[in-house]
Ligand binder design. Structure first.
Ligand code: AMP
Length: 143
């Protein structure tokens, strides 16, 4: 299955923040939408970074709660790995496993068009495994 198919199924809405808004704004959005990360993009939709709940926790542990009033630019990861619509679920899984992160923005022509989370990947892998098991059962029963 491709990233394109996942986005067609789940939708391509992505919550973004700008790097000059504050960390507490990002925290409020993460809590409100019950998600783990926000893509940091500029007004043109170009990806500038990603801020995950882990970044916030780590900076609070290291620098204290004062970071909540700092700019998102100070805690985000600027070197973001992205994928295209043509990546497969397996390729996305490999990128996430290697990079040890759970979110992958999807880019087309330099612009953000969606985000894939580890939850999206696991859901499709379970469905795929279930489908294969059903096909094997049907094959055995009718052979
Ligand atoms: P996560 O597991 O996605 O919550 O993120 C764990 C760490 O990886 C955090 O420091 C994130 O900022 C960073 N991170 C998350 N997604 C990406 C990505 N696609 N590319 C690079 N770093 C990322």
């Amino acid at each position: 299955m491709s990233v394109k198919a996942i986005l067609a199924d789940k939708g391509s809405e992505v919550l973004t923040v700008t790097s000059d808004s504050t960390v507490d704004h990002a925290v409020a959005l993460l809590a409100k939408h019950r998600i783990g990360a926000l893509v940091v993009a500029d007004a043109t939709g170009t990806i500038r970074g990603i801020i995950s709940e882990r970044d916030v926790i780590r900076h609070i542990a290291e620098d204290g709660v004062g970071i909540l009033s700092q700019k998102i630019a100070t805690v985000m990861t600027a070197n973001v790995k992205v994928c295209s619509e043509n990546h497969t679920v397996n390729e996305v899984m490999e990128i996430m496993t290697r990079g040890r992160f759970r979110h992958l923005p999807v880019e087309r022509g330099g612009k953000l068009i969606g985000v894939i989370s580890i939850g999206d990947v696991v859901k499709r892998k379970i469905e795929e495994t279930q489908r294969e098991a059903d096909e094997i059962r049907t094959y055995i029963a009718t052979a």
